[in-house]
Design a protein around this ligand. Structure first.
Ligand SMILES: [Zn+2]
Length: 326
């Protein structure tokens, strides 16, 4: 694993590699970005490069340090994440003690601390002292989804690196060439994962996601072909898959957006659910354009309501009834 294996995020890669070349590596980094966007992979690659005995700005993959790193056996790399819901006091104490101990092998010791927002305010405060005056051999890389949830002093003591979504086309290319997905599958997964490589890879391997999608498409089709409409059976599906409700609502939005695109333009390239084109064509003939607009509004509103923790079942049933009405 080296920097060339990381898809996208070119600015961040260049920035980190320059820092190594110019011997300008900070003591504290804060990697911020969505779940699955590649923060940990970047942190590990950066750590591996810093520990490498030979190479300048990319791991050599042959020195004893790189080999130990790959076998997850490097004594100067410490990766910690919250045990359960938050970092335990004992964990923080151990990390702080460990930070004061010299490296075993080279001249660097790297700490990767995941989901740093899962530290209590007290723990953050006590950790801050370490971050303010770390020993010269220490590099601390922290990851967080959103830095707003941290003490401002933690953020200001670190170099903040923001990870943005990468282009869908990069993900699509990767899925086709490295993961053997056909063009249509790669297209759907890349669009659905919205620039987040980790999400795309998870979806690639998930049988559950495939079933979820097929079931949902069937439900939408039944809703549109009204005669088979059974609101309670349908709301059961949502209840059962409550944990994946964000994915389900996104899939619905993408589905109706596709229908809208089919109405408005005749360019099949813009369709995301390309593998389901015959179902879409059929449905497209049944719903007028303004009704599709209305459905999209209803789904968006329901998605918001659910995030605001309203009564789940009620919100879903109202949505299903409204989709049928329009
Ligand atoms: Zn090496």
């Amino acid at each position: 694993m080296d920097f060339n294996d990381i898809i996208g995020h070119d600015n961040i890669k260049n920035n980190l590699r320059n820092a190594i070349r110019n011997e300008n590596v900070a003591h504290g980094y804060l990697f911020q970005g969505a779940k699955g966007i590649g923060k940990k992979r970047m942190a590990l690659t950066f750590a591996k490069t810093l520990l490498c005995e030979k190479s300048e700005d990319n791991p050599c993959d042959t020195c004893p340090s790189c080999l130990k790193f790959e076998s997850k056996n490097h004594p100067d790399l410490i990766v910690e994440k919250p045990e359960g819901k938050s970092f335990k006091k004992e964990q923080i104490d151990n990390i702080q003690r460990d930070i004061r101990t010299f490296p075993y092998e080279g001249n660097k010791k790297i700490f990767i601390l995941e989901d740093i927002d899962k530290m209590t305010k007290e723990a953050q405060n006590s950790f801050l002292k370490t971050l303010e005056e770390p020993p010269s051999y220490v590099v601390i890389i922290m990851t967080v989804i959103n830095s707003y949830s941290l003490l401002p002093t933690i953020v200001s003591r670190s170099q903040l690196i923001k990870f943005n979504q990468i282009e869908n086309s990069l993900i699509e290319y990767e899925l086709k060439n490295k993961y053997n997905k056909d063009e249509k599958q790669a297209r759907f997964i890349a669009s659905f994962s919205n620039g987040i490589m980790g999400k795309a890879l998870k979806l690639c391997e998930s049988e559950e996601f495939k079933v979820l999608r097929e079931d949902l498409i069937e439900i939408i089709d039944d809703l549109i072909n009204k005669e088979k409409f059974r609101v309670f059976t349908f709301s059961d599906f949502f209840e059962k898959n409550k944990e994946n409700i964000d994915d389900i609502m996104d899939m619905m939005l993408i589905w109706f957006r596709d229908l809208l695109f089919m109405k408005e333009i005749v360019n099949e390239d813009l369709i995301i659910n390309k593998d389901k084109i015959s179902i879409l064509t059929n449905e497209c003939q049944k719903i007028p354009k303004d009704k599709i607009h209305d459905i999209i509004k209803v789904v968006k509103r329901t998605k918001n309501d659910i995030n605001k923790k309203v009564n789940f079942q009620l919100a879903i049933e109202l949505m299903l009834l409204k989709i049928q009405e329009v």
